[in-house]
Ligand binder design. Sequence first.
Ligand code: FAD
Length: 307
Amino acid sequence: MLRRPILMLARSGRVKEMVTTMPVSAGIVRRYVAGERTADAVRATRELVDAGLTTSIDYLGEDTTDEKRAEATVGAYLELLQALHDAGLATSAEVSVKLSAIGQYLPGGDRVALENARRICRAAGNVGTTVTLDMEDHTTTDATLHTLRELRQDFPGTGAVLQAYLRRTEADCRRLATEGSRVRLCKGAYDEPEDVAFTDRVDVDRSYVRCLKALLAGDGYPMIATHDPRMIAIAQHLVDESGRERGSYEFQMLYGTRPEEQRRLAGLGERMRVYVPYGEEWYGYLMRRLAERPQNLSFFLRSLLSQ
Ligand code: FAD
């Protein structure tokens, strides 16, 4: 019931301004966000790698209409990739990038975002790792998949995200389930209209299973991104049924969400990658996490009031 209003607040400039004046140490922000600086992302990666996990790191930011901001985001990724390399962590960590953070909404946006994504992919390739393009709201799906196709010509390891709540996604999964294609399957985190998305949880879960079957039946590399115990159990069953070997797919979860389960799956020998966000622009990301788990809202409000 609270999901839609919280997701609307996620795009409210005024609420964002009010909330983000609070320091990042506010309890719940700290739980879901590794910190503000490159060193924080590297430290979080080190801790997770020591526990047998890998990471995909997101420099927070989205919907940028400021050219300097987009350029600063590219710079932050380049600095991060170099820091991971220097720390000997570049093969245990990749990066996740939102095209709206690197220029998609600027004039000539698709071209700008593509060129900026190329710079990040090139830097990632130079240190031996990869990039995954996050997926944002449905108005950007076609443009993001087009950019993915362009990037994969030069950087074939570039990954995509598909959202099971979109009605189109089962077909997209079939199209992308080809050799070398890395596809992260998640349920989807945005407020989407009914004509393009399933809005009932049961329908989203059913779609997730259909999409997973399509990915596992293909030749690509499925990245199973969910915290849902039912989806994880079904995925393990489908993996066994498909005859896929460990290492030909992976599980993914978000930093701070079900950390014990992350370690349990890694302990079973599953590949487990944790999505680690860092940076000052945490507002939109955190609001989506609250929309998924409104129980956390009262904790969040209390931690703001106690500042
Ligand atoms: P939900 O339907 O939210 O929850 C199902 C069940 O999982 C709950 O009933 C509970 O048992 C358990 N659970 C869920 N959250 C918690 C929690 N915090 N603590 C304890 N138990 C919990 N979305 C996008 O739109 N684009 C992206 O690019 C994107 N990238 C992602 C990358 C990764 C690695 C992950 C894990 C998610 C990503 N998402 C992305 C978010 C995703 O779309 C979902 O919004 C989010 O993962 C919540 O869905 P869920 O599958 O975990 O299950």
